[in-house]
Ligand binder design. Structure first.
Ligand code: HMG
Length: 445
């Protein structure tokens, strides 16, 4: 069977930065540790006033096409995953294709374009669509361009404000990919939930505490569903486990739950038994509450063990290095986590070809999806080509007052002030609105 997966990716961060410990915490009269230790975040990426989901997506896509030497004719499909769209009819992919056509010879008239919506899981769903399109033999030798792009802004004063972010990940899905091959097996956990939504409004309505519980419940379902087709999972099967990362503290909770699940009835549980006992089994408890209390006690003990700590440091922590510095990018978040892990491996000089990742995507509303990936032989070259560290270092560091102005500039309800903080160069920028209220863009050399 032909391998299909992600051949290459590029990341584009919003060009501004809100430092959570230095700038946000003091203004909120909070301890910096709430952000750095509790949520696990150092900073949020923020879009400058000339940036939006189209510019970030087009800029990531252009970097990808330039690096891979691609022309529009090489791409047969452009799917954009976003939950920050500004149009209920015309998809963001048409705007992005329009931007790219301005700078390349040829056009994308032959390309199937769309926009995917299911909160943060839509990026992974778009990769799925591309995978299925190629597997069905409909791609005529062409690649799919999948772009996950979001300005993840919350209303001022919302508890989610600390987890904001803005950026895009452009991915090329092809046969015989250089980066990772996707498994055919997938697991889903999907239910009608009211935890985070935007009913025709720009900023989300969020039940923050509940959203955390819904994430965990759907992720557990997805893992069980994945195992029903792929067989039992064991921590040793996977080098890294990138999760959707609204903030690293969320992943801390999900990873503990996953480790407990994967180690039940295994050598790992046996090895830990003397230290913390065996995992509670439902049939050992008369009522559900007592069972749940016992599970909680076991988890509290488990997270203090050296075994768990070592696994977390190796399989999970490397997936969080970028998220810590950029916040939640919604649809792009799990793809940033994968890139983070591979980037850390490259920096450590690790040999990864043929090794496996377990990828846990999630979108509020709610759906989790789990699949595995096999790292391909060309992964190192692809990861070494990323320039995300330079982009992050170049971000303009906002004061709290400036942050308020940029937030207002991106608030659709407010009069827009277009004063910019950085000077665009070699990128697409937003220039204003046209006669039908469409958004206008141009490329700045
Ligand atoms: P909050 O209520 O302000 O924070 O917001 P908190 O009081 O719960 O504190 C956060 C953590 O910091 C806690 O850790 C505190 O103990 C700790 P935990 O108990 O949870 O392990 N803490 C400290 N630690 C050390 N030193 C200190 C200190 N102070 C506190 N001094 C909340 C938290 C998640 C509610 C908020 O950020 C929020 O509403 N976020 C938005 C929703 C969200 O991200 N949910 C995640 C799951 S849903 C999801 O991932 C989907 C999403 O991406 C959207 C989509 O799919 O489209 C959001």
């Amino acid at each position: 069977m032909t391998a299909v997966g992600i051949d290459a990716l590029e990341i584009w961060t919003g060009k501004l930065k809100l430092d959570l410990a230095e700038t946000f915490a003091p203004a909120k009269d909070d301890s910096p540790e709430k952000y750095t230790k509790g949520l696990g975040l150092e900073a949020s990426s923020f879009p400058d006033t000339y940036e939006d989901i189209v510019t970030m997506g087009a800029n990531a896509a252009k970097r990808l096409m330039d690096r891979k030497g691609l022309e529009p004719d090489d791409i047969g499909r452009i799917d954009v995953a976003t939950e920050s769209a500004f149009d209920n009819s015309k998809p963001v992919s048409t705007y992005i294709a329009g931007c790219l056509e301005d700078v390349y010879d040829g056009d994308f008239h032959h390309a199937n374009k769309g926009e995917r919506k299911f909160a943060c899981v839509a990026g992974t769903q778009s990769i799925d669509d591309a995978y299925n399109w190629i597997k069905a033999g409909r791609n005529r030798g062409r690649a799919a361009l999948v772009i996950a792009t979001d300005t993840a802004l919350y209303a001022r004063g919302d508890p989610g404000e600390a987890t904001q972010g803005a950026g895009a990940v452009a991915m090329l899905v092809t046969e015989n990919p250089n980066l990772v091959e996707l498994s055919t097996e997938q697991g889903y956990g999907s239910a009608d939930e009211t935890d985070f939504l935007k009913p025709n409004q720009q900023f989300p309505s969020v039940d923050g505490k509940r959203s955390v519980q819904v994430y965990l419940a759907r992720m557990r379902e997805a893992l069980e569903d994945f195992e029903s087709v792929a067989g039992r999972t064991h921590p040793d099967d996977f080098e890294y486990i990138p999760f959707h990362t609204p903030f690293p503290g969320m992943v801390r909770k999900a990873a503990l739950l996953g480790f407990r699940h994967m180690t039940r009835d295994t050598d790992v549980e046996d090895g830990l038994a003397d230290e913390i006992g065996r995992q509670p089994r439902r049939d050992e408890y008369e009522d559900w509450d007592a069972y749940e209390d016992a599970i909680r006690d076991y988890m509290d003990a488990l997270k203090e063990t050296e075994t768990y700590d070592a696994w977390y440091a190796e399989a999970i922590d490397p997936t969080l290095t970028l998220s810590r510095r950029v916040g939640n990018w919604y649809t792009g978040s799990v793809h940033v986590a994968r890139a983070s892990a591979l980037k850390t491996a490259a920096e450590m000089g690790r040999a990864l070809s043929g090794e496996r990742l377990l990828v846990g995507s999630y979108g509020s509303g709610a759906q989790a999806e789990i699949h595995s990936e096999t790292v391909a032989d060309g992964w190192r070259e692809e990861i070494d080509a990323l320039n995300i560290d330079e982009q992050l270092a170049r971000r303009y560091d906002l004061s709290f007052e400036e942050y308020g102005r940029v937030h207002d500039a991106h608030n659709h309800e407010k009069e827009r002030e277009l004063e910019e903080f950085t000077v665009p160069s070699g990128e697409f920028v937003f220039t204003g609105w046209g006669r039908m209220n469409e958004r206008k863009y141009e490329y700045v050399d």
